[in-house]
Design a binder for this molecule. Structure first.
Ligand code: UT7
Length: 334
């Protein structure tokens, strides 16, 4: 897709939040029930553990916790719209987002789901940004939430180790293109000829052609990143932080190398959370901005790839977010 250039009203990042289920499963725990090893999983993926939602913890529950954290840290007067990017909605019908909005006390606002695999969060940022540019909304809550660990067959060693559950949220507000936090031109794309490479007809029936997906992921994220940087007028040498979708540390390392971004500028949390789908990028934004790896003024490049096939990239300069945190066990924490 041709990059959409910045418009008069630009979406600006105002707050972030995230949520992970408390239950973690280590590689060693997986080896007790799958024909695999900690060494294989670490060396092929970089993953050491993943967070797994309980049967009573839905995608909406995770989305609400992440969103509540973002709202608490920013206390906006209004939220005008809410988008949930997810591949694992709680039900086929209705969408997850209206229930999320209502449980956040936002009944009445437009709320809808968006499915674009692991690229879903970037697609949702694009639609949130579009609502702001069209003056339909002044603030949009964009949430990526997935329970991807529910998709593999429990006995499939080729997919079970890869996935985890979680959610991340970003509050967008109306602002201008010259502010820090303003979303830069977006590059988004899809290719349905690769639809069978990652597919699940129902939970427990995930099929993934790992090696092919690996190659596409590297190529698509590299190309989209180059296009987004060019559209923003950035030289890749000026990128301070690369925030790629956390599918696999070998994939993100290849992408960084092809872009010429030094490895210490490539941020990662895949070791602790695995591949969390649409939650992956906002989770990493929240973790890295909390622990200081992502700081105000950093020129930041986001890129993602996922089932569809879908891909995307965009730039922004990370803003100064004054943060207050929800205490553990806060109202929406089940
Ligand atoms: O979010 C976007 C979607 N997903 C991705 O981006 C994932 C992309 N793909 C990958 O990350 C990698 O392809 C995998 C991690 C899934 C697999 O790594 P690989 O280096 O591409 O391995 P492979 O699929 O080529 O398999 C190599 C060997 C095979 O054995 P043979 O045929 O060589 O005897 C597999 O059966 O590794 C075997 N294998 C395992 N062995 C131990 C596959 N899974 C496991 C396992 N433990 N868990």
């Amino acid at each position: 897709m041709t990059p959409v250039s910045a418009q008069a009203a630009t979406a600006v990042v105002a707050a972030v939040g995230s949520a992970l289920p408390s239950c973690t499963v280590s590689n060693d725990e997986l080896t007790a029930r799958l024909d695999t090893t900690d060494e294989w999983i670490r060396s092929r993926t970089g993953i050491t553990r993943r967070h797994i939602a309980g049967a009573d913890q839905s995608t909406a529950d995770l989305a609400i916790r992440a969103a509540a954290q973002a709202l608490t840290s920013s206390e906006p007067e209004h939220v005008d719209a809410l988008v949930v990017a997810t591949t694992t909605p709680d039900r086929c019908c209705p969408a997850t987002a209206p229930a999320v909005a209502t449980r956040l006390g936002l009944t009445g606002i437009p709320a809808y789901d968006l499915a674009a695999g692991c690229t879903g969060f970037l697609y949702a940022l694009a639609t949130g940004s579009g609502l702001i540019a069209a003056d339909t909304a002044r603030t949009v809550l964009v949430i990526g939430a997935d329970r991807l660990a529910s998709l593999p067959h429990p006995d499939d060693r080729t997919t079970v180790p890869l996935f985890g559950d979680g959610a991340g949220a970003v509050l967008l507000r109306r602002g201008s293109a010259d502010e820090t936090g303003a979303l830069g031109p977006m590059v988004l794309g899809s290719d349905g000829t690769g639809a069978d490479l990652i597919r699940a007809d129902r939970p427990g029936a995930l099929h993934m052609d790992g090696a092919d997906v690996f190659r596409h992921a590297v190529d698509r994220m590299t190309n989209a990143s180059r296009q987004a940087a060019t559209a923003a007028g950035w030289d890749l040498a000026d990128v301070d932080r690369l925030i790629p979708h956390q599918a696999n540390s070998r994939i993100t390392s290849f992408v960084a190398r092809q872009l010429g971004v030094p490895d210490d500028r490539r941020l990662s949390n895949v070791a602790e959370v695995g591949n969390t789908g649409a939650a992956s990028i906002p989770l990493l934004l929240d973790h890295a901005s909390s622990d200081g790896r992502l700081a105000p003024g950093h020129r930041t490049l986001l890129t993602a790839f996922g089932a569809g096939l879908t891909w995307g990239a965009l730039t922004l300069t990370w803003p100064d977010l004054s943060r207050t945190r929800l205490p553990q066990g806060a109202p929406h924490d089940r």
